[in-house]
Each structure stands twice: as C-alpha cells, then as structure tokens.
Write a protein that binds this ligand. Structure first.
Ligand code: EPU
Length: 420
C-alpha cells in the first residue's frame, strides 16, 4: 500500500459528500443472509471493509450483483445457503464485524462456526456479551483453536438479556440471532447508536418484528420467514465528523453533504465549544475554522455522547488549541495510539491510561508517521493537512478500510496530497 504524502498548510474549501456508514454497512450485509430471497442494499460505501465483507459472503455462496445504476448498490441473494456453511477464515480474521456471522448463522440455521474476529488493534475487545446473549437464547457455546462454535439443537427461544455494557456489537448480534427465535427477546441496556437503528430498519423492512431500537430496551418478536427488501444505508457520521474537523484544523470552510445533522449533534456541540462556526441545514453541515481553537475537556461516550471513533481526529484539532485539553476515552484502552506519532510532529501530549492531556501548540511540523489503526490513521492525515512542510503517512491500508476515497475527497477540497 503506497504511503500518503501531504504538504500541509492549505485551508480546505468547498463541498464534500459523505458515503454510507461503515459500521452500519458491515452489519446490514451479513443481516441479508437471514432473508430467504434477495435484498438490495443501497448507499454502501466504497471502502475495503465492505469489499472484504462482500468477498466473505460470495465465498459462502451468496449471489452478489452490483447494480450499475445507483450509488453503491448491491443485490444479495442468499437463497442457496444451507446449514453447515463455512465462513472463509482468512477473510473473517481481517475485520471485527465478521462477528455478526455468528448471530446470523445461529439465527438462520441454529448453528455457527466462525473464527474469532480481527480488526483494529485498539485494545482488548471481548465478545462475552455476544456469547451471553446467544446462550440465553438457547445456544451451546464453545471455543476451540480460535473458532467460536454455536449450536442450538432445539432451536432458539426468546429470552430477557441484560447487557453489562451497552455494546454496539452485542446488541446487533443478539438482534440478528433473535429474529427467528420462538417468542419474544428483550435486550436491556442496549446500545442506542443510529447504526443499531439502521440494522433494525433493514430487518423490519425485510419482514422482522423489532421494536425499540434507538432506546435502551429492544424487543424482537420471532417471525418464521424474512422475504428480503430494499434498504439504503444511513450516512457515515464519523466520516462527516472527520471532514468537519479537517475544516477546523486547516482554518478552512467546508460544507459536508448527504448527512443527518441530528446524528452529528455531539460533534457540532464540541466544535462550537472550541470556537468553530458550525451551521446546519437539512442534509448538510458547514464548518468554518478560526485562527486558533479553544482548549476543552472531552469524554467519549456511547450515543448520544461524543463518539469514540471521532476522538482521534478531535485530539489533533485540540493539539493546536489555545490552552490545555483533556480527552478521556470510554470504549477502547488503545485509542490514543496516534498521539505518540503526533508528538513527532511537535504536539505536546501526555497519555495516562485512557486519558490524554494535550497542551495546545501554535503549529505542527511535517514528519514521517505511521497509522496503527483506522481512526488513528485519519487523525494523522488531518495532522498532515495542518502541518508545515511534508508529512508522509504509512499504514494507509488501515484508513482505506473505513474511509471512502479520502485522498481524492481531500484533494478536491484543495489539499496538496499524493501517493508515493
Ligand atoms: N465490550 C465488552 N464485552 C463485549 C462487547 C463489548 O466488554 O462482549 C466492551 C468493549 O471492550 C468496549 C465497549 O464494550 O469497551 C464497547 O464495545 P462495542 O461492543 O460497542 O464495540 P464494538 O462492537 O467492538 C463497534 C464499532 C467500533 C466502535 C465501537 C464503539 C463496529 C464494527 N465497530 O465496535 O468502531 O468504536 O462500536 O462505538 O461496529 C471504528 O469504526 O473505527 C471502530 C472501532
């Protein structure tokens, strides 16, 4: 994968269109396996995680057709799938969201064997709450040689499941498994992220009966068939947030289009607190930077709090703020890895556990830096846009997993950005 070369210092100006939400796409794609006939999924982002997921499903026997008209539209026909179908291990290990195959295969066939998922190295990422949910529904759970095995010989039965932590992955996975369960499943302390709602919307349009998604109690009444449907993935809040911050970091003026402003409320609120101008209307948001943002205190939290995945780019903005900022992370213990790289560029940062103390500096200077995960990579690209001189970002494969044509979109906004 070529490195990205960025000559910083140019204010970004113009409009950028946001693609479909990664964390929704990587859940709706496997969810389509629950249907008996074809689903058409629209607004899938052009990112590597989606490409890998499509490869996984293709290898499992799903008939996939790309629609020439429409933006990121694919037909997924799982009608020839049968019990005992295996997911290709090498591809499954490449992403976190392959854990949804557990819920889907268990729900549809009463059995699943999927190796433990891979994904970004941002600390320990247990799946105990997923497994607790599957057990409560009646599955036997075992783990051997890195493979999770689920079996529900007597079928699945609806159950009350209280999640110890409002996990996005566990909420969606249990929802997927429970679609065909006998009776009603209740998930309490469910995650409320809009992508949980998006998956429920897909399932309901396909024929499921899911109520309450977006609140902390979700009820799923089991059905006996799912005919499939057409569904458009919601816009990517984190991609939008990244461009909002890019506008601020470069003291630019950028209109971010094809978004749901409500989903960005926690971001807009913090950017306004930092002194940036944020204007919103219908399906766009416009952000104008200021000479120097103000320092602030930030805690990432589950939705509707400030999203953990927008923490790394925000900490780059704060590295240039007037004063001392404190960023505390709730979800991932390895979330601040980009900050060590950022110090190579002149940032003044101290990390203590999940807290980063950021003394704002007047400017960053270009340097070779390495992306260690998806959001860390995006943060370093943003740092390069603000830095004086040349920044070379390696490890761009992490960024392309989750950002739809990022270098092209930034170049269109006026960034001096090339591959080498
Ligand atoms: N947790 C448990 N047990 C579980 C599941 C989660 O203890 O069984 C803990 C985790 O350790 C973490 C917290 O609960 O501290 C939240 O984890 P969650 O399950 O919500 O996260 P995830 O499903 O692993 C998804 C996104 C992440 C995003 C988090 C939080 C996908 C594929 N990934 O991960 O996205 O950070 O939710 O919103 O949806 C990214 O896009 O860059 C990314 C890392």
């Amino acid at each position: 994968m070529p490195n990205l070369l960025i000559r910083g210092g140019r204010p970004l100006r113009g409009a950028v269109r946001v693609g479909g939400r990664k964390n929704s796409a990587v859940a709706v794609l496997p969810a389509a396996l629950l249907a008996q006939s074809e689903s058409i999924i629209e607004n899938l982002p052009h990112i590597d995680d989606v490409a890998v997921y499509l490869d996984i499903l293709r290898a499992m026997g799903v008939k996939i057709t790309q629609h020439r008209t429409g933006n990121g539209t694919f037909g997924l026909d799982p009608s020839s799938l049968s019990a005992g179908i295996a997911a290709p291990q090498d591809l499954v290990k490449r992403m976190r969201a392959s854990y949804y195959l557990l819920g889907v295969l268990l729900g549809r066939f009463g059995q699943a064997e999927v190796c433990l998922p891979g994904g970004c190295d941002i600390g320990s990422r247990p799946i105990d709450q997923h497994l607790k949910g599957f057990r409560a529904l009646g599955a036997e759970v075992s783990q051997e040689h890195g493979v999770v095995k689920l079996k529900a010989s007597g079928g699945l039965t609806g159950a009350d499941i209280y999640l110890d932590v409002a996990s996005v992955g566990a909420t969606i996975n249990i929802m997927l498994a429970a679609v065909y369960a006998d009776g009603t499943t209740i998930i309490e302390n469910a995650a409320k992220e809009p992508h949980v709602v998006d998956v429920a919307s897909y399932l309901n349009a396909a024929g499921a009966r899911v109520q309450g998604a977006g609140t902390d109690v979700i009820r799923i009444k089991g059905v006996t068939s799912l005919p499939g449907c057409t569904h458009a993935i919601i816009p990517d809040d984190i991609e939008a947030a990244t461009y909002m911050m890019a506008a601020g970091i470069t003291r630019g003026d950028v209109q971010i289009e094809n978004i749901i402003p409500k989903h960005l409320d926690p971001i807009s609120a913090k950017l306004r607190e930092a002194g940036l101008e944020v204007e919103e209307n219908g399906d766009w948001i416009r952000v104008r930077g200021v000479a120097r943002p103000r320092a602030l205190h930030l805690k990432t939290l589950p939705y509707p709090g400030f999203p953990t995945d927008a923490g790394p780019p925000m900490s780059v903005l704060l590295s240039l703020a007037e004063g001392t900022s404190v960023v505390t992370e709730w979800a991932h213990d390895g979330r601040h890895k980009h900050l060590e790289e950022l110090t190579r560029m002149g940032a003044n940062v101290r990390v203590e556990g999940r807290t980063a103390i950021i003394e704002g500096v007047k400017g960053l200077s270009g340097a070779p830096v390495r992306a260690t995960d998806l959001r860390a990579g995006a943060a370093l690209v943003l740092a390069g846009l603000a830095a004086e001189g040349l920044t070379e970002v390696s490890g761009m494969e992490h960024v392309f997993r989750g950002y739809d044509q990022m270098p092209e979109k930034l170049a269109k906004l006026g960034a001096d950005i090339t591959s080498a």
